[in-house]
Ligand binder design. Sequence first.
Ligand code: ZN
Length: 449
Amino acid sequence: MTDIRLTNTLTRQVEVFEPLVAGQVGVYLCGPTVYDLAHLGNARSAVNFDMLHRLLRHDFGVENVTFVRNITDVDDKIIARSIESGKPIGELTAASTQDYLDDLDALSVLGVTNMPRATEYIAEMIAMIEVLIAKGHAYVASDGNVLFHVPSMPDYGQLSRRSQDDIIAGARVEISASKRDASDFVLWKPKKDDEPASAAFESPWGLGRPGWHIECSAMSKSILGDVFDIHAGGNDLIFPHHENEIAQSRCANESAHMAKTWLHNGMLMVEGQKMSKSLGNFFTVRDLLGQGHRGETLRLALLSGHYRAPLDFTQAKLTEAKNRLDSWYRAWNGATPATDVPAAVLTAVRDDLNTPQAFAEIDTLKGNPAELAAAAQFLGLLNLSPEDWFQGGGSADDLTADAIDALIVERADAKKSKNFGRADEIRDQLTEAGVVLEDSAGGTTWRRG
Ligand SMILES: [Zn+2]
């Protein structure tokens, strides 16, 4: 079997992956903060590391891989959204978690072994903070915050390789008079007067809630142990989040490592620009599915570049992904997949998750439908029957049945409020998409023309 080789951010080297315990692999991937729909950047991280999950399950066996992806369900943004929307925190985070899982399902991301929610591990976080205080790595500040004292760890900063000056500059936004050092960061913060009681937990330091970084240190320790194989996330998490996770875990556990291998995916851009709400190029997974793009098309587009490189997500890339899938579905035509994944495809994925190379290999298998299917399904693609792919509104230009229904409801509402311009506009849009409307006394029915 070819070795799995991975680029370890900690050493900046491509390394042959060897688990700490032979034959057993533990992975921790930082999951979402649940208050809003997942955007394409969130989707990229989930899909890229789903490829790692699939490879590890293939090579080590499903029962030998523990893949943890957490849910952050206590956070400033969650509290703000709860106050703004009038929805209780528990209701907001439960609905948002379900939306996230539905989106991942559409993108054919495998279910994880463990999905710990931060609010279920408060006791473990408190225990870890108490250890850090006892060992002289943390202190209770005069304003009630419990802070990690960065200078207490001489080799802090190895993952991001930042100088002490950079760290202080980066921490400037958080500088408060009560900090012993500008780079110290929060482990536990006291409840503010205007915050709801449901966001606060009892602790030895009074009512309050954990800082974000301590969540992952406590949950990974509980499930995977003091030191585990792989920690993954987006490269925007390297500093401060992952650096601070390492500081907390290593100092509390007195270990040389938190995780042996650190993997980070590159940033996602849209049409050459950073995705942002102000630029109007901010897309959620839901937006693109609603426009009629298939989950598999989005998945292939997200895996079309190497995970470590920045990915420019463009309309052209979506069209390319759709065309490639069309050609694979056509070549496959429903043949029984081969038992083994073709060696060239496995070799590509074992080589630092080189999915672009794996796709190029699949392109060469069009004369061998059984091998093509085995390869594509290993990559989480060709999950539909060819009939469903071609007849179920597979074209990027086609609207999904749900989208058509929604437009028909909107058109009826527009007519009711005498907004005939909008009603006509919707009819034109549907006509252009090949949808024929039939109005009758009983309402509007539709069929594809
Ligand atoms: Zn984390």
